[in-house]
Write a protein that binds this ligand. Structure first.
Ligand SMILES: [Zn+2]
Length: 459
């Protein structure tokens, strides 16, 4: 359900921002919307620009659909240059796609099927855009498509070009444009119905819905707590290329009113110290309350912190950690945000990872069967990230995780510690946080149904 915009006219893109369906906003409505958010313009933002909204809420306005006309114009223009653009359809094969693109070129088809880089075009999901240029005989001159690897992976363009009778394929890094969007929704049936709502012609990306759930799940049970009339506002980033939605980024701020109680959260990473990097309440308290009690999702404690007979040495010895019994291969999660300080083999610990957290706190995860991808010294991890998998390496009698919580290098009983998983903001950071949070509070105020601006926009 990725929003795809059919327009290629950059002016229209600018006007329409990121609304999913092609709609034209009347001049007066647009004017109101622009004023409403105090933006100097609605042009797409340059990367890393300040978080001015480029999208507007115009929920109640019914707008005519001009996409047909624009498509016609587009086709007219394209046919002159033999540049075609198509979207992948469900059930498409390479042959049917090339056919629609006006490519009649067996050699090109063979090349795309066999070439390691070009082949990625065949993995594209439906709705994705592919462009190609041909000569008047249908011979392929070039073909371009964008591939998204996953949530955080870089997006790349694949470009197939002809040189004489031969083809080459290359990956070109995508230049993404960041936009900040805002949505306001009311729950009438389910959360998914609300996020799919087409009253303003724009659904929320799946990954944003997932983040909303994660953000508020400590306060709201989304399976049973939602009530008709609950509502939420969300400000999030999206990434675009040539006016095409590529992927959603992170929620910058969220506000959820459930049964009359409003929960709020704002993303903050200090622009100067680069610390923070998490969600906060609007008064600047980190919402990461504590280190994870268990680095495994499902497990049982087989041996707690304290004295016991060492299973291998056979004598009484202080057990400086907590053992969690779990099958080999069970994912192990980082107990808190931090940087990997050690990832390798260390005597009785076997494969072990040590994460350095804020202040002098660190955690260790021993006997792993293997490490998670990219888990090496210096790698940054967030709470909950998978860092490795349960095993029985080192001095171990069976698959389990030996987990240590250390203060200044000394193992402590994690159950006796009451430490927040994130450093509190310093005075200087707090000052910058307040400015940032203030902007988000202002935006939420604008999104509220009883604000004069929303009422105007709805007329
Ligand atoms: Zn142990």
């Amino acid at each position: 359900m990725n929003p795809i915009n059919k327009f290629t006219s950059s002016r229209l893109y600018n006007l329409l921002g990121s609304t999913r369906k092609a709609r034209i906003i009347s001049a007066s409505a647009l004017f109101l919307a622009v004023c409403a958010f105090g933006a100097a313009g609605v042009a797409p933002l340059a990367p890393d620009a300040s978080d001015l909204p480029v999208t507007t809420i115009a929920q109640a306005i019914q707008l005519p659909d001009l996409s047909t006309q624009i498509n016609a114009l587009q086709q007219q223009e394209a046919s002159q240059k033999y540049v075609h653009e198509e979207k992948i359809r469900a059930g498409d094969t390479l042959a049917t796609l090339l056919n629609r693109l006006g490519v009649e070129d067996d050699a090109a088809e063979e090349f795309i099927k066999k070439d390691k880089t070009a082949r990625a075009i065949m993995q594209l999901r439906s709705g994705k855009r592919v462009q190609a240029q041909t000569d008047e005989n249908g011979n392929l001159l070039w073909l371009k498509a964008t591939v998204v690897d996953g949530k955080d992976n870089p997006v790349k363009n694949i470009l197939v070009t002809r040189t004489g009778d031969a083809f080459t394929a290359e990956e070109v890094a995508a230049k993404l444009e960041r936009r900040v969007e805002m949505r306001a929704r009311e729950i009438t049936t389910t959360l998914y119905a609300a996020t799919d709502s087409s009253s303003d012609g724009s659904s929320l990306p799946d990954s944003i819905v997932a983040q909303i759930i994660e953000m508020f799940s400590t306060n709201i049970d989304f399976r049973s707590d939602l009530k008709r009339g609950d509502r939420f506002n969300v400000v999030y980033e999206t990434f675009w290329q040539d006016g095409e939605f590529v992927r959603a980024g992170r929620i910058l701020a969220g506000e959820f009113t459930n049964k009359g109680t409003t929960y709020q959260s704002v993303w903050f990473e200090d622009p100067q110290t680069k610390s923070g990097g998490g969600y906060y309440s609007f008064d600047g308290k980190s919402l990461k309350k504590a280190f994870l009690k268990s680095p495994l999702e499902f497990s049982r404690i087989s041996s707690g912190f304290g004295m016991r007979t060492h299973p291998i040495a056979g004598k009484w010895k202080q057990h400086k950690g907590t053992d969690f019994a779990a099958p080999t291969g069970t994912p192990i999660r980082a107990a808190g945000d931090g940087v990997i300080d050690f990832a390798g083999v260390q005597g009785g610990y076997g494969n072990v990872i040590v994460i350095k957290h804020w202040a002098n706190y660190s955690t260790a995860y021993a006997h792993m069967s293997r490490f998670g991808t990219g888990m090496r010294k210096g790698a940054k991890v967030s709470q909950g990230d998978i860092i490795g998998y349960v095993g029985s390496t080192g001095w171990s009698t069976g698959a389990h995780l030996h987990y240590e919580f250390r203060v200044a290098g000394e193992a402590k009983d994690p159950n006796k510690m009451n430490i927040t998983a994130q450093a509190p903001l310093t005075a200087a950071e707090m000052a910058r946080f307040k400015t940032h949070a203030g902007e988000m509070i202002h935006r939420f105020a604008l999104l509220r149904p009883n604000s004069s601006i929303s009422n105007l926009a709805a007329k």
